[in-house]
Structure formats: structure tokens, C-alpha cells
Design a protein around this ligand. Structure first.
Ligand SMILES: C[S@@+](CC[C@H](N)C(=O)[O-])C[C@H]1O[C@@H](n2cnc3c(N)ncnc32)[C@H](O)[C@@H]1O
Length: 177
């Protein structure tokens, strides 16, 4: 199993006993949405994808067709203010795509971190040149957030992307006190 999937499963198990009544899959796709929907079946999930990103919209809509708890929303997280509060926000392989849609990594990270949530999960590739892991820790300190769990998993089969090979996935489980 890929490291990012292992970390997501592990974090979701960790908060299973909490009262999670609303979830945002920020930067949705088949992997994150199916893992979240399986772990929290019956809980409403907003699946947000960048407007017009048909790579993801179609697969996410396919999953939503069979699950009445999932709402698919096309919106730019950096452009629109997300007013709604969620118990859990998941940013699973979101931050590395900031520049793909004209945003900077720092802006997207700050947008996500300053949303309203009880728990926030951030998972990315350590080797992704578009991702700066140190900034995540700094941003948590800036906004007085607690890192409940930090994880690093080595992929048995490194994942080859366009401009990097993902040997490790890292994850943060963040709590707003
Ligand atoms: C690599 S995919 C993530 C895949 C998904 N989490 C999964 O596990 O299958 C990145 C996702 O982030 C979304 N995304 C990137 N920048 C975004 C932004 N500024 N606002 C909203 N969604 C964004 C893309 O549309 C895409 O759905």
C-alpha cells in the first residue's frame, strides 16, 4: 500500500472515537474520498476540487453517485473564503498542486491552516519540490495549533511523478484547541 494511504488510514483510526459530523476533502480525488467515506460512512463529506479539473471531477462524481452523503464542489480554495466549519479537513496530496492552478504553496497552506476545523490532516510527498515541509510546522506555530501526530512512511515502491520520485510520504494530524 502507498505510504500516503497508510498515513491517512492511521490518522483516521486515531480520531475515530471523536465526534466527527462534517468533513471537507480539500483537493479531492478517488483515493482520499474513498478512504474517508469508508472510515466515516454516514458522515456528510464536501469533496472540493479546483474548478474545471476534469481529471478529478469525474472520478469524484462517480463515487458521489453511489453515496448520498457526498457533495462535490468546484472551487478555488485560495480564491474563495471557506466560511463553513468542519470537524475534519483532509488535505491529501493537495499542497503540491498549488502552482498547477496559479497559487503559491505558502498561500494555499495558509488558507488551509486558517480554515475552521477541529482536526486537520495534511499528507504529501517529502521529495516533492513544490512542497516545503518545514513551512507546515512554522505555520502551526504561528497559528498556535497542536500537532497531535506526525508520520513518515517509506514507499516500498517509490512513486514516479513528472518531476520527482516519491520515496517518502509525510503526514501531520493537527488539532485546534
Ligand atoms: C493530486 S490531487 C489530490 C488527490 C486526492 N486527494 C486523492 O487522494 O485522490 C490534487 C487535488 O487538489 C485540487 N486542488 C489543487 N489546488 C486547488 C485549489 N487551489 N483549490 C481547490 N482544489 C485544488 C485538485 O483539483 C485535485 O483535486
Amino acid at each position: 500500500m502507498e505510504g500516503h494511504r497508510i498515513i491517512l488510514n492511521d490518522f483516521l483510526v486515531h480520531i475515530k472515537g471523536e465526534n466527527i459530523t462534517s468533513i471537507l476533502d480539500a483537493g479531492s480525488g478517488r483515493t482520499s474520498l474513498s478512504v474517508i467515506a469508508n472510515s466515516f460512512s454516514g458522515t456528510p463529506i464536501d469533496a472540493v476540487v479546483y474548478p474545471g479539473d476534469i481529471r478529478k471531477i469525474n472520478s469524484v462524481k462517480e463515487i458521489a453517485e453511489h453515496n448520498e452523503n457526498i457533495s462535490v464542489i468546484e472551487k478555488d480554495i485560495c480564491g474563495d473564503t471557506v466560511i463553513k466549519a468542519y470537524d475534519l479537513i483532509v488535505a491529501h496530496l493537495l499542497l503540491g498542486e498549488a502552482a498547477k492552478f496559479g497559487n503559491s504553496f505558502e498561500d494555499l497552506l495558509e488558507k488551509v491552516i486558517t480554515m475552521k476545523y477541529k482536526y486537520l490532516i495534511i499528507i504529501d510527498y517529502l521529495e516533492d519540490p513544490a512542497v516545503n515541509e518545514n513551512d507546515i510546522m512554522k505555520m502551526c506555530e504561528k497559528y498556535d495549533l497542536t500537532v497531535v501526530r506526525k508520520s513518515l512512511v517509506t514507499n516500498q515502491e517509490p512513486q514516479v511523478w513528472e518531476n520527482f520520485t516519491g520515496v517518502h510520504n509525510f503526514g501531520y494530524l493537527i488539532k485546534r484547541l
